[in-house]
Design a protein around this ligand. Structure first.
Ligand code: HEM
Ligand SMILES: *[C@@H]1O[C@H](CO)[C@@H](O)[C@H](O)[C@H]1NC(C)=O
Ligand SMILES: *[C@@H]1O[C@H](CO)[C@@H](O)[C@H](O)[C@H]1NC(C)=O
Ligand SMILES: *[C@@H]1O[C@H](CO)[C@@H](O)[C@H](O)[C@H]1NC(C)=O
Ligand SMILES: *[C@@H]1O[C@H](CO)[C@@H](O)[C@H](O)[C@H]1NC(C)=O
Ligand SMILES: *[C@@H]1O[C@H](CO)[C@@H](O)[C@H](O)[C@H]1NC(C)=O
Length: 305
């Protein structure tokens, strides 16, 4: 299967005064911060991603953004992503055969984000996640000025998000927050639509074949949407993806409403993983073959965090 590449798809439809081949990152770094330097590109991505996470916190802005940590409604479905970030669910992939609970809001939470920082310090889960998101979304938007950091995280987003078993509404809500945040900074409707379409096509599908997002990382499994509500990707290769199940609740208070989890772990420990039963090995013969490759990716190779 020939891996698809979409990087060129994010080239901006540039404003008249700007070079026709400017990326969305170049275009809005220039528009909002004047000089198109790596440092300014990183500032733009910090503003954007922080707003996606905690909601709008800068003035002036074009519109309100609830942020992904706030409960919301996506086309009639209630969404609550917080438990994936605060350790309420055993949904993080650290290379084992089941998800583990990790608190990604462990270094100041929202407070440093409102100060345009990723975290208070530089050695926390929060620091790693936030800086990786700046780098990754920066790469997606074409930030390439000298000094803009290259992506240091794991290549396969399917692997990263494997144990979250996300629904179309959950991924759709996340992408909607990206769009709202971009719009709040004055990104044009056309550019927002371009980015939204790319995100939906690459990530908000089930079973997509290996796709290159970060050129240096090559083609990787990128489908983040996993459950039965997710649209099947064109040329779907479901055998390449391991079977899924909803993550266990580690703490029902933190995990919020019951709806996001079938395996109730109301009295589980914060260790989470230790208390869950092992994942059924239900590969077919064909899947086993491809699955062995995936297991190498997801298992042996520790997440590059
Ligand atoms: C367009 C969709 C999305 C993209 C492109 C995306 C991208 C990423 C990236 C690049 C990372 C960092 C990986 C690393 O550090 O190696 C990450 C981590 C994470 N994402 Fe997403 N994400 C998306 C949607 C979602 C959604 C809908 C959720 C729902 C809760 C989510 C939850 C998380 C969590 C909890 C982590 C930390 C995982 C860990 O370190 O184990 N993401 N994501
Ligand atoms: C845009 O095109 C010009 C001329 O072809 C080239 O010199 C420049 O490097 C390109 N810039 C980007 C960001 O691709
Ligand atoms: C978010 O944006 C809305 C709309 O511009 C504004 O009314 C609200 O005060 C902003 N919230 C914060 C915390 O800046
Ligand atoms: C993070 O920094 C803020 C502001 O300086 C402070 O109020 C908060 O207690 C710090 N939190 C942690 C976990 O270090
Ligand atoms: C669950 O989380 C809440 C809020 O952080 C905490 O007060 C409570 O003690 C936790 N319960 C258990 C069983 O860990
Ligand atoms: C969670 O489940 C319990 C027992 O099934 C139920 O009584 C409770 O109302 C549920 N809570 C929410 C927030 O759905």
């Amino acid at each position: 299967m020939r891996p698809s590449t979409f990087v060129a798809g994010l080239a901006a439809v540039a404003a008249p005064a700007l070079a026709q081949n400017m990326s969305i990152c170049d275009k809005y770094t220039t528009a909002l911060l004047k000089e198109n330097t790596g440092a300014n590109q990183l500032t733009l991505l910090t503003l954007l991603v922080n707003t996606v996470v905690i909601g709008n916190y800068t003035q002036p802005n074009m519109n309100a953004v609830p942020g992904i940590l706030a409960k919301g409604d996506y086309m009639g479905t209630e969404v609550n992503l917080l438990p994936y970030f605060n350790g309420g669910l055993a949904s993080s992939n650290r290379g084992g055969s089941m998800g583990v609970s990790i608190n990604f809001l462990d270094d100041g939470g929202a407070v440093p984000l409102t100060m345009n920082k990723p975290s208070n310090g530089t050695s926390s889960n929060q620091y790693k996640l936030m800086t990786h998101l700046y780098q990754y979304f920066g790469a997606l938007l074409g930030c390439s000025a000298t000094g803009f950091p290259s992506y240091q995280g794991f290549g396969s987003q399917a692997a990263v998000h494997r144990f979250m078993d996300l629904s179309a509404a959950e991924v759709g809500y996340f992408i909607e927050q990206v769009a709202l945040a971009a719009t709040s900074f004055g990104v044009s409707a056309d550019d927002v639509a371009t980015v939204g379409k790319a995100l939906n096509t690459i990530f908000n599908v089930r079973c997509a074949p290996p796709t290159t997002v970060i050129p240096a990382q090559g083609a990787q499994l990128q489908s983040i949407c996993e459950d039965e509500t997710c649209p099947l990707a064109p040329m779907a290769t479901c055998a390449a993806y391991p079977p899924t199940m909803k993550p266990a609740k580690v703490n029902s208070t933190m995990a919020g409403s019951n709806s996001s989890s079938s395996g109730s772990m109301a009295s589980g420990t914060m260790g989470g993983a230790a208390a869950t039963s092992s994942k059924p090995a239900s590969y077919t013969g064909a899947a086993m073959k491809v699955g062995a490759g995936v297991a190498g990716l997801l298992g042996a190779a520790a997440l590059a965090l």
